[in-house]
Design a protein around this ligand. Structure first.
Ligand code: NDP
Ligand code: PYC
Length: 343
């Protein structure tokens, strides 16, 4: 079978069936129904959108982290209203998604009232892509930016030891009638999830992405994962952005820096216990023109100068195909999920 078509080693599932299967796995390992619903939708959304570095291959990592006692899958986040435009959120050693969900209604209300609002989330575990966290705000007509740090697996430019996380930043802008314009990127040369996928599938990494445990350049994903580390994208520039993400996601929120994450007492832990910041802006406050029209003016110009695809386009194409034809999975992965749900 050609790529995208079912074969004997592949299976097609519809979105709701996949989400429900993932939900039952989370429930089975002790997640509250609220947390299970959020994590399963998020992971199914990543798989649906072809955001595979945070799709179903992450499920064993979630389960392993929960079983190790490192993260509380039934934590109830606490939201503190500290200023006109500032919320502090304690995720109570739970996942970051429920913390953001708990903060979102007040965050939106504050952004609309004040023009801007910030949720500073701490004591949280973020284990997914960042675009789902910002896209929903843009669907409501708001601009959003989020940053999260992770665990020390990236060497700062000119440094000798892994210190930063893969530290992604995601931006989302409303586009009027169309789906929001979203850019979501790790500040490491590649996301750790993609290194794991390369290792599973036997691919090498492009040169300049990673080093081995002795700090020597390597294109072998297994060497990167086995005590090695990633480099930042764009040399010192990516390193500067990653450094600032440590400050926004950890120093500002009260979360841990990536180098402070120590899960050695919890063998099996995989979810970084750090912080996340989410900044939401009402574009109407900056208006000299209608914001969505300005977004469209820019994207039309980009097309005119030869840009064939915008950030997020690939995901939306994948989403449309998944919703029409179903989500194509490796049979072995599908069987493993079913085993996990029934264990
Ligand atoms: P990519 O390098 O795949 O993509 C980065 C951005 O660039 C995306 O918005 C993507 O859009 C866009 N893009 C990619 N190729 C092109 C192109 N040719 N032309 C125009 N735009 C393009 O992402 P990363 O590997 O950096 O990150 C992957 C995911 O990992 C992200 O979702 C990130 O949030 C997540 N992550 C999570 C971490 C965590 O701690 N929770 C840590 C690190 C990463 P499109 O999606 O449409 O391809
Ligand atoms: O893919 O780099 C990554 C990552 C780190 C934490 C969650 N995802």
């Amino acid at each position: 079978a050609s790529e995208g078509e079912p074969s004997e080693s592949k299976v097609t599932t519809d979105y709701d069936t996949l989400r429900e299967l993932l939900r039952s796995i989370f429930i089975r390992v002790g997640a509250s129904s609220a947390v299970a619903a959020l994590l399963s939708s998020n992971c199914a959304n990543c798989e649906r959108d072809g955001a595979l570095s945070h799709g179903i291959f992450r499920i064993p990592g979630y389960v392993s982290s929960i079983r190790s006692g490192w993260v509380d899958p039934s934590a109830v986040p606490s939201v503190e209203d500290v200023a006109a435009a500032f919320l502090r959120v304690d995720a109570m050693n739970g996942f970051a998604l429920p913390a953001l969900a708990a903060a979102s209604p007040l965050l939106i209300e504050k952004a609309r009232r004040n023009g801007i609002a910030i949720a500073a989330i701490r004591n949280s575990h973020h284990f997914s892509a960042l675009w789902p966290d910002v896209e929903t705000f843009a669907e409501m007509g708001l601009l959003a930016v989020s940053m999260v740090n992770s665990f020390a697996c990236t060497v700062p430019f000119d440094g000798k030891k892994p210190t930063f996380g893969t530290n992604p930043i995601a931006f989302a802008a409303p586009r009027g009638a169309g789906s929001p314009l979203v850019a979501d990127l790790a500040t490491s040369a590649i996301a750790n999830g993609d290194v794991q996928i390369a290792a599973r599938q036997g691919f090498t990494l492009p040169p300049g992405y990673g080093v081995d445990r002795d700090g020597k350049a390597t294109t072998d994903p297994n060497r990167v994962l086995d005590g090695g580390a990633l480099l930042t994208f764009g040399g010192y520039k990516g390193s500067a952005v990653s450094m600032m993400i440590e400050l926004f996601a950890a120093a500002l929120t009260g979360g841990k820096f990536s180098y402070e994450v120590d899960w050695s007492d919890h063998p099996g832990a995989q979810t970084p216990h750090t912080g996340q910041v989410v900044i939401v802006i009402d574009p109407d406050c900056g208006r000299k023109t209608v914001f969505a029209q300005r977004v469209n003016a820019l994207t039309e110009r980009l097309m005119k100068v030869g840009v064939s695809r915008l950030p997020g386009d690939r995901r939306h194409t994948s989403r449309a195909l998944s919703m029409k034809n179903g989500i194509l999975l490796q049979l072995a992965d599908w069987q493993r999920l079913n085993d996990m749900a029934n264990q």
